[in-house]
Design a protein around this ligand. Structure first.
Ligand SMILES: [Zn+2]
Length: 381
């Protein structure tokens, strides 16, 4: 089966992150089993699992090819084509997930029989993960299998869309929801209550102060754009009407950290501010106060100057340059587990997450070539 035909199958499964990914996983398992390739599942949550398939000898030093099976929703988006039926318009293949990132999964599956037929000296491990678009932590149970009941790979290629360019770095991402509980009162006597909205305002000012300090530390030599850690407030919800002192406020905020930034610095600074405010608030209202939930922690990918993954991917793509990406991926989880890791996959991130998402068929061809050359590289002469 060609990678484009395979992609048509994969996007027919609605694996929006809120759904189970089992239908796609079962399809991939059946296809791989027919090729004589064994698979295991590394479960993450009810209805969400990772597929891990190894091709070649069970030895250390293999190459992981990793991609997520879940997609962002189509809800609220106006599509010209049916998002779950692949539509070829002049060589552009439309459908949800074609680019982000079932195109890479399709190339991996289409390459599997060819890799299986080779006499590989080092294995290729396929990792099809879950829940990337929500927590970016779905892949962790799969990563943990390596070096335990599976061999230890030396390289990981995460096939997020980079137009097959070799990307060696990515910022870390942390997301938070801060919930402020105040005390309601009639607006004519605001002193009888404690405004959660006013507390939110103080906290947002503190977050913006930190954001400006990070901006002042811009490092023009680093490859990221912007070349500093960003801190941003994305949503605030509070209040019901003008004549009530609001008793609740929520603030959604995030930090995107340069890979060498101390991951605790911003979180801890906000926590210290919150602690001081809580002492003031709770002196009068013991049940009021501020709590923060850090619900997303995507590790960064730190560029490896002499990394094995970088040199391998540059050889396979024939490229003589590398870059960095500004979006979050699972790559940092593999790097943290000791694998040399890069991001390199078909399609453009510009088409991801939008209505009428597509991938150019020529990108699949380029990825097919990359995987065929990987087979050459790992084969015994
Ligand atoms: Zn993605």
């Amino acid at each position: 089966m060609s990678s484009a035909e395979m992609l048509g199958h994969l996007i027919s499964f609605d694996t929006t992150s809120c759904n189970s990914n089992f239908l796609l996983i079962e399809f991939a398992e059946a296809f791989l089993r027919d090729q004589g390739i064994e698979t295991i599942r590394a479960d993450y949550a009810p209805g969400k699992t990772n597929l891990v398939a190894s091709i070649g000898p069970a030895v250390d030093g293999g190459v992981v090819l990793s991609g997520h099976t879940d997609t962002v929703p189509v809800t609220g988006q106006t599509w010209v084509t049916d998002p779950f039926t692949m539509t070829d318009v002049d060589g552009d293949l439309f459908g949800r997930g074609t680019c982000d990132m079932k195109g890479f999964l399709a190339c991996c599956l289409a390459a599997a029989p060819h890799l299986k037929a080779r006499n590989l000296a080092r294995p290729v491990h396929l990792v099809f993960s879950c829940d990337e678009e929500v927590s970016c932590e779905g892949v962790i149970p799969a990563v943990r299998r390596f070096g335990h009941d599976m061999p230890t790979p030396s390289v990981c290629v995460v096939g997020e869309p980079t137009m097959m360019d070799v990307m060696t770095g990515q910022k870390a991402c942390q997301a938070f929801v801060t919930t402020i509980t105040g005390v309601e009162a009639h607006s004519s006597k605001p002193a009888l209550g404690w405004s959660a909205l006013n507390e939110a305002n103080l906290l947002i000012t503190e977050i913006n102060t930190i954001a400006q300090e990070m901006r002042d530390k811009e490092n023009k030599d680093c490859p990221f754009d912007p070349a500093f850690t960003t801190v941003h407030v994305g949503a605030v919800h509070s209040g019901t009407t003008v004549n009530i002192v609001p008793n609740l406020a929520t603030i959604s905020w995030e930090a995107r950290l340069l890979p060498d930034q101390d991951t605790g610095e911003i979180r801890d600074r906000v926590a210290r501010f919150v602690k001081a405010r809580n002492e003031i608030i709770r002196a009068t209202y013991p049940d009021a106060g501020i709590e923060t939930d850090n619900y997303v922690n995507v590790p960064g990918l730190e560029p490896e100057p002499d990394g094995e993954a970088k040199s391998l991917a540059m050889r396979l793509t024939g490229s003589n340059r590398t870059g960095v990406v500004s979006y979050g991926t699972e790559a940092g989880h593999f790097q943290a587990a000791g694998m040399s890791t890069v991001i390199c996959g078909p399609g453009s991130i510009d088409q991801a997450h939008k209505p009428d998402e597509f991938i150019a068929a020529s990108q699949l061809v380029e990825c097919d070539r990359f995987l065929a050359q990987l087979g050459d590289e790992l084969s015994t002469p």
